[in-house]
Design a protein around this ligand. Structure first.
Ligand SMILES: Cc1cc2nc3c(=O)[nH]c(=O)nc-3n(C[C@H](O)[C@H](O)[C@H](O)COP(=O)(O)O)c2cc1C
Length: 208
């Protein structure tokens, strides 16, 4: 079995829907176990309650499991999701990343497959810088970043070779291109992980 952790933050539900799509696509594989985990909300209640959509989403996910470092330790493949905040990762997801020091120190974050997904309100609103910020941490982990690149013609439709990304300006609903990009992101990450497990192309986790 390949173990996939989807670790994400969402204020108003877009990245949550992206994460759920990734989970559903992965669960369709017989050989994949999935942990879908949102990270803890760290914004003050005053901020959350100042926006109806934020307040509602928080209530929607209140009973869903919160990511712990163990979820990442467990995983072979980790897909991280965060909305763009001024071109950067949210403090909530960064807060989770900042709890990973003990695992990092033991080398336990290394040799996993990583990739990211994001959402922003606008085109050119910081999706690429958000993903690249995430990937900086993955490099520090010793992770294997499996960017989608343009490895499938569908990537010419969503146009983001760094990960999967939704522009919410026109509509927060995931459209055909968004769904295809998310499916491609997770299927490619799983395929590369399987190759590593099998020692394909001369490289395996045991060699590391
Ligand atoms: C504090 C803050 C900063 C944001 N910064 C940006 C930004 O730099 N560029 C952008 O296009 N959207 C920005 N947004 C919009 C969100 O990234 C966007 O609405 C995202 O889709 C929300 O995802 P969610 O529904 O999963 O919370 C910002 C939103 C907030 C609240």
């Amino acid at each position: 079995m390949t173990k996939l952790a989807i670790i994400y933050y969402s204020s108003t539900g877009t990245v949550h829907e992206m994460a759920r799509r990734i989970a559903a696509t992965a669960e369709a594989h017989d050989d994949v176990e999935v942990r879908l985990r949102h990270v803890a909300e760290t914004a003050p209640d005053e901020a959350v309650n100042s926006q109806d959509a934020w307040q509602k989403h928080r209530a929607d996910v209140i009973d869903e499991p919160i990511a712990s470092p163990d979820d990442l330790d467990w995983a072979d493949v980790a897909l991280f999701g965060s909305p763009t905040r001024y071109g950067h990762v949210t403090s909530q997801l960064q807060g989770y990343i900042d709890t990973l020091g003990p695992l990092w120190a033991q080398g336990k974050l290394a040799d996993k497959v990583y990739a990211g997904f994001t959402a922003s309100q606008t085109h050119h609103g910081g999706q690429e810088s958000t993903l690249l910020s995430l990937y900086t941490s993955f490099y520090h982990f010793g992770g294997i970043v499996v960017a989608p690149g343009y490895t499938d013609p569908l990537k010419f439709n969503d146009g983001n070779p760094y990960g999967a990304a939704k522009v919410t300006g026109a509509s927060t609903e995931l459209d055909e291109n968004d769904l295809a990009a998310l499916d491609h992101l997770v299927n490619r990450a799983l395929a590369i992980s399987r190759r590593l497990e099998a020692g394909g192309n001369g490289a395996s986790r045991d060699d590391a």
